[in-house]
Design a binder for this molecule. Structure first.
Ligand code: 13P
Length: 251
């Protein structure tokens, strides 16, 4: 089974409107004609609409970095999946470690959001990953198993196949300390086993598992060459055309 790689840029809380549009236009030109991988950018929510409009008709999809799980109502400050869909959004990053650790987002919340995103026909990119102290204590797999079970609880097999999982070791995010291709492959293979255990082999072989954490145009090729690594979720190196294009080309 061949899984199509997904290279997604997580812009986090960066860039202005003008810089977002400049980056989107630059990527649109630079990545034109590349159709052997899926490409997406995830701007801050206020820029999702203009960036999606700028990328319309291109081979680059647009994602959001978070969403609320209710459809509508008195939820001041929140944005619904329907609103994201309305402005051209196709992916939603859920449970990023910055949300889990800075904003206290639990796997239970991620789970409700995963269901809401799937119900609207969008693709959730659900992040999992261990802290340095958890890796050093030898509990990486246990931590990820808990995040996986919690985040995907009650998700039916057909929906699970559509999900993307991003393995992002917290110690590798924004630190320049990338996981070795072997470390990434080991965890990715373990995650695939978890999917197989909860579902079956067919579902496990369908789910795309991205790696995230200090991916750049120099280290991407080796990581993406691993059999269980199906793409990258890129932070810092997605904020400029050249390094992000380099990662796309490595795929
Ligand atoms: P960096 O690529 O900046 O380490 O960020 C990774 C990340 O958190 C992507 O979601």
């Amino acid at each position: 089974m061949t899984r199509r790689l997904l290279i997604a840029g997580n812009w986090k809380m960066n860039l202005s409107l003008a810089a977002s549009l400049e980056l989107a236009e630059g990527l649109k030109k630079a990545a034109a004609g590349i159709n052997n991988v899926d490409i997406a950018v995830c701007p801050p929510s206020v820029y999702v609409q203009p960036v999606a409009a700028a990328l319309k008709g291109s081979n680059i999809g647009v994602g959001a970095q978070n969403v609320y799980f209710e459809k509508e109502g008195a939820f001041t400050g929140e944005i619904s999946v329907g609103m994201l869909k309305d402005v051209g959004c196709q992916y939603v990053i859920l449970g990023h470690s910055e949300r889990r650790h800075i904003l206290g987002e639990s796997s239970e919340i991620v789970n409700v959001k995963t269901h809401a995103v799937l119900a609207a026909g969008l693709i959730p990119i659900v992040c999992v990953g261990e802290l340095l102290k958890e890796r050093e204590a030898g509990t990486t797999e246990l931590v990820i198993r808990k995040q996986f079970d919690g985040s995907f609880s009650g998700v039916a097999a057909d929906d699970m196949k559509k999900c993307v999982i991003a393995y992002e070791p917290v110690w590798a995010i924004g630190t320049g300390k990338v996981a070795t291709p072997e470390q990434a492959e080991e965890v990715h293979a373990a995650i695939r086993k978890m999917i197989e255990k909860n579902y079956n082999k067919e579902v496990a072989e369908s789910v795309r598992i991205q790696y995230g954490g200090s991916v750049n145009d120099k280290n991407a090729k080796e990581i993406l060459a691993k059999p269980n690594v199906d793409g990258a979720l890129v932070g810092g190196a997605s904020l400029k055309v050249d390094p992000f294009l380099g990662i796309i080309k490595s795929a």
